[in-house]
Every structure is written in structure tokens, then in C-alpha cells.
Design a binder for this molecule. Structure first.
Ligand code: CA
Length: 229
């Protein structure tokens, strides 16, 4: 668990917002560091490795735009999600031009924040890990292509996303609700049979050699992909 816990730095001076978000994100399994002013935030960003930075635009000591510019000028590509209380287009455009990857205008819902974070983290993983493999199955994320041996496997977008998630977690067990949250960005209460339908279809498509099971059902828990022995 510890090895793949995502670390998020939150630079935000509204104490209530920080404590709400910190609680919510911790419950999602993220490790959160917080900084309440720009100076401290910039220091953390420069000295600790993070998977994502949530950055408020107006901050004491050093403002968000300056922090963003500073981080990027040092070659740090950590995804930055900018928070802004202002809804003017100029601020958003300025933020994105300065190197932020996305922005949210306050007030926002926690669900929306979570969805944006998931999207940014997925994008980051894609840059770092373009090819995923198991047995003779190869997924090339950038080409959006799946091969079993030299046969191209045609997948729907949801099948591709579920397979990608399983491959990223190979040799681990993933639950239906984990798949739902990652692939749909929110919980589908009572819709978990969607997963079973997609898994069944994936098996038909990728397990060409029937003696060579790739997706294993872990009864009562979920699914696991394992390298064939
Ligand atoms: Ca602020």
C-alpha cells in the first residue's frame, strides 16, 4: 500500500477548506501535506516529491501564479490543479499559461475535485508508463492499442479503461467499487454488475488461449490479473 500511495501537496490558506479537503482526500487513500502560505508551499514543492499539487491562486507571502511559474521554471512537471475564487476568464487562462494543468473555481463540490484529481493522476501515469504487459498481452496507452501476441484486440473505451486499471494493479486484487471509482470517476450505487459485464466481455476478447486465464475472479472480493505461470 505505502509504495503506491499518491502524495498530494495542498497549498491553501483557507483553514476550513483545507481541513475539509484533507479529511476527504485522506479517506480516498491519498497522503496529504498542507501549506498555509506561498512561501512554505513553494519550499515543500521544491523539496519533496509529490504526485499532484493543489494550489490556491491568492495566498499570503507568495501568490499561486508565482509559485506555479517558479516550479515549472525548475523543470518540475508535477501536475498542478489550481484553485481560484475568481471566475474571470483571464485568471484561468493566465494560470494555464503559467503551467497549471487544470483549475477549479470556488466553490466546487468534493466530487468534482476528486474527478479532476483522478484525471490528472491518470494522465501523469500515462506519461510515465506507456506500455503495460501481462503474459503475451501488451497495452500501449499512447497508441491506445492492445495486442495479444500479434493480434490486435478491439476494445470499447470502457473495456480499455477497465483493462488498463487491472493491468496497472496486476498481481493485486481490485474490488468492483475500486474499478467503478477509477473508470467512472464516481460511485455507481447498485451498478456494480456493469463491471461483471465488462469483465466477461474482456475475457472473451483477451483470453484467446482458454487454458491461459489472465483475469481471475477473487470470490466475494473482486478481480486480479496475474502473469500466467
Ligand atoms: Ca486564498
Amino acid at each position: 500500500m505505502a509504495a503506491n500511495t499518491m502524495r498530494i501537496l495542498m497549498i491553501e490558506d483557507e483553514l476550513n477548506l483545507v481541513s475539509t479537503l484533507k479529511k476527504g482526500l485522506s479517506e480516498q487513500g491519498y497522503a496529504i501535506d498542507t501549506a498555509y502560505d506561498g512561501e512554505e508551499g513553494l519550499y515543500y514543492a521544491q523539496h519533496e516529491p509529490y504526485d499532484l499539487i493543489i494550489l490556491d491562486l491568492s495566498l499570503p507571502k507568495i501568490d499561486g501564479l508565482t509559485i506555479c511559474k517558479e516550479i515549472r521554471s525548475q523543470g518540475n512537471r508535477t501536475p498542478i490543479l489550481m484553485l481560484t475564487a475568481r471566475s474571470q476568464t483571464e485568471d484561468k487562462v493566465l494560470g494555464l499559461n503559467t503551467g497549471a494543468d487544470d483549475y477549479l473555481t470556488k466553490p466546487f463540490s468534493f466530487e468534482e475535485l476528486k474527478a479532476r484529481i483522478n484525471a490528472l493522476l491518470r494522465r501523469k501515469e500515462n506519461i510515465e508508463l506507456p506500455v503495460l504487459k501481462i503474459g503475451n498481452l501488451v497495452m500501449n496507452i499512447q497508441k491506445h492499442e492492445v495486442l495479444a501476441g500479434d493480434k490486435v484486440i478491439d476494445l470499447t473505451p470502457k473495456e480499455f479503461a477497465v483493462l488498463e486499471y487491472l493491468l496497472r494493479n496486476k498481481n493485486k486484487v481490485v474490488t468492483r467499487s475500486m474499478i467503478l471509482e477509477h473508470v467512472w470517476d464516481y460511485s455507481y450505487e447498485g451498478m456494480s454488475n456493469i463491471i461483471d459485464v465488462i469483465i466477461a466481455s474482456l475475457r472473451k476478447k483477451i483470453e484467446i488461449d482458454k487454458s491461459n486465464k489472465l483475469i481471475h475472479t477473487v470470490f466475494g472480493v473482486g478481480f486480479s490479473m496475474k502473469d500466467p505461470s
